[in-house]
Design a protein around this ligand. Structure first.
Ligand SMILES: Cc1cc2nc3c(=O)[nH]c(=O)nc-3n(C[C@H](O)[C@H](O)[C@H](O)COP(=O)(O)OP(=O)(O)OC[C@H]3O[C@@H](n4cnc5c(N)ncnc54)[C@H](O)[C@@H]3O)c2cc1C
Length: 425
């Protein structure tokens, strides 16, 4: 089924009003120059300015035009690398400290939105469901998260799960009450407003093309001007790998996709919570305003949008919920995430003194807030909690070869997922 979709416009873009920020046209001085106006850059800039540091933010396109304004809108604690992976690398105690930082990120988002624009929260709770029969793993995971990480995950049997998600595809699930879901682009625009109100100078359409050290300062060239600053923070995700090579070359771009339907009359998704499944490249979705279904899924390392994206996404929805009726896809779009090889954020300072807060992968709404605050505290010399990420330092991601490797491993993991599902069917 081929459907026309509105080109390059997301449902998020269609439901906000943007302010314009002027392009950089002069040479200016600042204490801090933040490069990249996604969540990571915006929180970093806001938090630096709040600490009395005169801050300039350079954004190559429009504020939050990257992953930050295109994502699923799920806000939950943790990292793209699950807690098991974090524990395997740094041990339980350090993993607990890192998890607490990620939880601080979740609370940061909640606090900012609740204080300024509570209507950006679309719903609360997140249900994570299995697509194959449980052999006890999910329940013991929930018990471990409660005992070791203080996270309450409510376990549901397959029968209970299917009362909320009426689909034969689902089995057991857990609900995280602390999670919630938001309008991510509106949150990004709110951060930009708060930052400018605090005194940050934001410049859109000001793509940074180089950053060099001159004496004890850094000079960032962008568009028709340049910024000379004592500190520079790179927050460009995987989009400008050559600007700051230590972090840029340590990341791989990974694409994922979102579609939004028309307003639905349906009785198969009976929850206002966000929903995800536990597959390696699983579906994530939620009901948004007016009964529209926002559906995310699929992962590739190609950066161009696949043809027939709307039809592919529609097929995914109907394969889970044949009872959805005849939804129409009104919007469909792609977004690019940045992943380090170890799947943890890259947060730190290089040998020359340049800061970076990037590589938040598919778990970036909470962790960008965490990363921005950590870097601002580091620059303001409040503390060096950012060093908790030293075990996850940037490592070269093997360029094009790395991309092929990621694509191959996703195909392999998808095959494993299908095999597990087939055994439970
Ligand atoms: C479709 C999709 C769904 C997702 N769903 C979720 C979810 O539900 N929950 C969750 O927690 N995470 C999710 N994520 C991940 C999350 O969106 C990202 O981890 C997070 O937004 C990354 O923020 P960022 O600021 O690092 O990067 P970005 O938002 O990509 O921002 C980088 C910015 O840098 C700018 N830039 C690039 N180069 C330059 C340059 N040279 N000069 C100036 N500016 C430059 C870009 O224009 C861009 O605005 C999803 C991601 C995608 C793509």
């Amino acid at each position: 089924m081929r459907q026309e979709i509105k080109p390059a416009e997301s449902w998020y873009e269609a439901t906000v009003t943007r302010e314009e920020y002027p392009a950089l046209r002069a040479s200016i001085d600042a204490d801090v120059c933040v490069v990249g106006g996604g969540f990571a850059g915006l929180v970093t800039a806001l938090e630096c300015q709040k600490r009395g540091l005169q801050t300039v933010l350079l954004e190559g396109g429009r504020v939050a035009c990257g992953a930050s304004g295109r994502n699923g809108g799920f806000v939950s604690s943790g990292f793209a690398l699950g807690v098991d992976g974090v524990m395997a690398k740094v041990g339980k105690q350090a993993a607990q400290a890192l998890y607490q930082l990620s939880r601080d990120g979740t609370e940061y988002v909640r606090t900012v939105i609740t204080a300024h624009e509570p209507s950006l929260i679309h719903g609360s709770g997140m249900r994570v469901a299995l697509r194959h029969r449980d052999t006890g793993g999910l329940k013991s995971y929930a018990d471990m998260m409660r005992a070791d990480f203080g996270e309450t995950l409510r376990y549901s049997t397959a029968e209970e799960t299917r009362l909320h998600l009426v689909s034969p595809r689902y089995f057991e699930s857990v609900v995280s009450e602390n999670a919630f879901h938001i309008h991510p682009l509106a949150y990004g625009l709110l951060l930009a407003r708060l930052a400018t109100d605090a005194g940050v100078a934001i410049h859109e359409n000001s793509r940074a093309t180089s950053c060099r050290k001159e004496g004890s300062s850094f000079v960032v060239t962008a568009g028709g001007g340049q910024v000379r600053a004592k500190h520079v923070v790179h927050c460009v995700s995987s989009l400008s790998p050559d600007l700051h090579r230590p972090s840029g070359q340590a990341m791989l771009p990974v694409a994922t996709y979102v579609a939004v339907t028309n307003a639905l009359q349906q009785d198969v998704i009976r929850t206002g919570a966000a929903i995800a499944d536990t597959r390696r490249a699983g579906d994530y979705y939620r009901l948004v305003k007016d009964g529209r279904l926002l559906w995310g899924g699929r992962i590739t390392t190609r950066v161009s949008e696949p043809q027939r994206l709307a039809a592919l996404m529609l097929g995914d929805m109907l394969s889970v919920y044949p009872g959805l009726g005849t939804p129409r896809i009104d919007y469909a779009w792609a977004g690019l995430m940045g992943y380090a090889i170890h799947k943890m954020p890259l947060i730190g300072r290089d040998a020359e003194g340049q800061w970076y807060a990037t590589a938040f992968g598919g778990h970036g709404v909470n962790t960008t807030a965490m990363g921005g605050v950590l870097v601002a505290r580091g620059i303001a010399r409040e503390d060096d909690a950012w060093r908790r990420f030293t075990p996850f330092a940037p490592r070269w991601a093997f360029g094009q070869l790395g991309r092929l490797g990621v694509q191959g491993s996703y195909w392999w993991m998808q095959a494993q997922d299908r095999w597990e599902e087939a055994k439970s069917a």
